[in-house]
Design a protein around this ligand. Structure first.
Ligand code: DC
Length: 234
């Protein structure tokens, strides 16, 4: 069967990464968390006190950043210049600063370039905000995920508490809304549902049902694309 690119976009904390990871596991595809890449850049900028209005500082910082992923005991783990930053990039400090950093065109240009390289010749499930619109406009399957804000904030709170991180419901909800606003209204690659993306509202769907639904779409597309590629030229 042909290996395809699966693009999963949507609002913050809609469970995109949970779905993307589960799909990648089922299909034996590579999973790429592009939000983690923006978070790693943000962490670097915070640590180095980079002025995000200074183009030269940004460009020079970007050339010093190397982001990689490794599977550690079954957990997709983000490395920033060979340091495991998986825990730190999920904290509130990075969450509050990441959307403004993701509006910077130089940052987007560099990360989109890396994201395209990660997908060459492979079956990939990639989640983010601009995967189906900018990074892979020709993806074999595009999903756009949404859910009710209250439900999303509650899920995020549970997730952070399970990791032993400090969080409260109201500030999480405020942060989600603010990130959605900035992500959807930025000039460069705003968060949009691609015209050919399938919309999934998972407010009332559990993880298992959502995975079944998404895998059914994926299998349909894989079969279709494989048939198209193997069709004799007449
Ligand atoms: O998916 P996430 O919440 O970890 O993403 C963190 C931020 O990164 C999000 O607020 C917007 C930005 N982002 C983006 O602009 N483009 C992507 N492809 C992925 C994330």
């Amino acid at each position: 069967m042909k290996k395809i690119i699966i693009a999963i976009d949507g609002f913050s904390s809609c469970g995109k990464s949970t779905l993307a990871k589960a799909m990648a596991k089922e299909l034996d595809y590579v999973y790429v968390d592009t939000g983690a890449m923006y978070r790693a850049v943000t962490l670097y900028f915070l640590r180095k006190n980079i002025n995000i209005d200074d183009k030269e500082q940004i460009q020079s910082a970007l050339s010093d950043i190397n982001i990689s992923f490794e599977n550690l005991n079954g957990i997709n783990t983000t490395f920033l210049n060979d340091e495991n930053v998986e825990h730190e990039i999920r904290g509130m400090e990075v969450s509050e600063f990441v959307s403004p950093v993701a509006t910077i065109s130089a940052v987007r240009k560099e990360l989109v370039k890396q994201q395209r390289l990660l997908g060459i010749g492979k079956g990939v499930v990639m989640d983010g905000r601009d995967i189906g619109t900018v990074v892979y406009p020709n993806a074999g399957l595009k999903l756009f995920i949404t859910a009710d804000t209250e439900i999303r904030a509650k899920r995020r709170l549970d997730e952070l508490m399970a990791k032993g991180m400090k969080a409260d419901f109201q500030s999480i909800k405020k942060n989600l809304k603010e990130r959605d606003r900035i992500d959807s209204s930025r000039e460069d690659s705003p968060l949009r549902q691609a015209p050919d993306a399938i919309l999934i509202d998972n407010s009332e769907l559990n993880e298992k049902k959502q995975l079944e639904l998404a895998l059914a779409y994926a299998h349909e597309r894989i079969v279709y694309i494989t048939k198209e590629e193997n069709r004799p030229i007449s």
